[in-house]
Design a protein around this ligand. Sequence first.
Ligand code: ADP
Length: 395
Amino acid sequence: MSARNILVINCGSSSIKFALVNEAQSTFPLQGLAERLGSPEAVLHWQLGDTKQSLDIPGADHRAALEKLLPLAQDAAGGKLDGIGHRVVHGGEHFTGSSLINEQVLQAIRDSAQLAPLHNPANLVGIDAAIALFPGLPQVSVFDTAFHQSMPEHAFRYAVPEFLYKEHSVRRYGFHGTSHSYVSKRAAEMTGLPVDDSSWLTAHLGNGCSTCAIVNGESRDTSMGLTPLEGLVMGTRSGDVDPNLHSYLNRTLGWSLEQIDRMLNHDSGLKGLSGLSNDLRTLQEARAAGHAGANLAFEVFCYRLAKSLASMACALPKLDGLIFTGGIGENSTAVRTRTLEHLKLFNFKLDEEANARCTRGVGGEIQAPGSPRVLVVPTNEERQIALDTLALLDA
Ligand code: ADP
């Protein structure tokens, strides 16, 4: 059988990220991004091998952009596309793993849309368009939440009245499951430990950030909750605040729920603390130049991350290693160093040279002798989505 090709599609509210994954190749034959969809500036960027190209698609919506990019993928796959893997943000309690898409699955994704009103509808548009354009091709949905369905009830319940869980689905779900799952399996490979007898702490640090406790290949706790706002300080998201902040801001400033939501999701985190940027690279430069806000944002980010990792350790029977991933986790030697300085009780120590070497896609172990393992593992959500899709095609 020749190596199969899976197109991976990730539809956001105004963007589509895509990658063609060939099961025998470590790099993607085609990858790209359609952005600013629904606006006059809509544009499609793609890279085919080493060649980068762009096409203005003014006014294009998700469907119009997919109509342009699906044939590109079909060509890049030599006319032989074997399936499409769709990233879907919220699967509620319906999905404990990835699923071949059928009418029942589509309905369950629609039913979960209330829990992710910005994301699931965009994911559904992508799925509908792909089915319309390639009706004969198997399509698979891979959920950010599914990996965390193994959390025990004491980790996923909020201490609020039971009917809110039973009748209104109010519980902790967790996100970034594809990434946490992928990097923990890679870490087991890299260290020669069996997945089904291993315990990891993972920190996925991108624009969104979350931690996870993984035992024998299963999520036992994670920092995100009902929505991706809970937990760590992120690029523009606040992470944990006192839940009474809502009523306080409403009483004192007269803010509406929408204003408070926007502030917590879009104007907070690194951006809110620094008053400068949500991008850690910008903050690291500003910090070096003495910018007080950038320094504060960095310090709060690292301290809160360390606190979250320490609390996740409650879910582990032993610790085989701490894994850093995501744009910040894979690249910021300073975040790794500062975070571990707050975890002295765990006896973490870094090998400075190894820490400096592991950036820009280079992974490896970075602890000093005598310290528990610390690993940098580049994440690859596209490959994990393609692997899940292939596994369902084989089933
Ligand atoms: P997303 O969650 O959107 O996929 P990424 O995983 O790409 O985001 O992470 C984006 C974050 O990674 C940004 O804060 C960016 O500044 C940070 N980042 C990327 N490269 C570096 C680097 N070399 N040093 C420090 N931070 C970096």
